[in-house]
Ligand binder design. Structure first.
Ligand SMILES: [Zn+2]
Length: 68
């Protein structure tokens, strides 16, 4: 299975997302859908948006579970 590379919106960590054949996330991060406007850290978001041409909201395991 190929990996997708995404970035955690909260801490900026690179995520290696593993999908099954039905595009379900097996491991690597938590996906919340596409977002129009970021609530915070807008500079970081903008640079990603320029780079990848869109913005998807991902969080890593640590941020998702609230360890920050
Ligand atoms: Zn994170």
């Amino acid at each position: 299975m190929p990996f997708l590379t995404k970035y955690c919106v909260v801490c900026g960590k690179r995520l290696q997302i593993r999908l099954d054949e039905n595009q379900n996330i097996l491991s690597g991060g938590h996906y919340f859908g596409k977002m129009e406007v970021p609530a915070k850290d807008a500079k970081i978001i903008k640079s990603w948006k320029d780079k990848i041409g869109g913005f998807e909201y991902w969080e890593c395991e640590e941020c998702y579970t609230g360890d920050r």
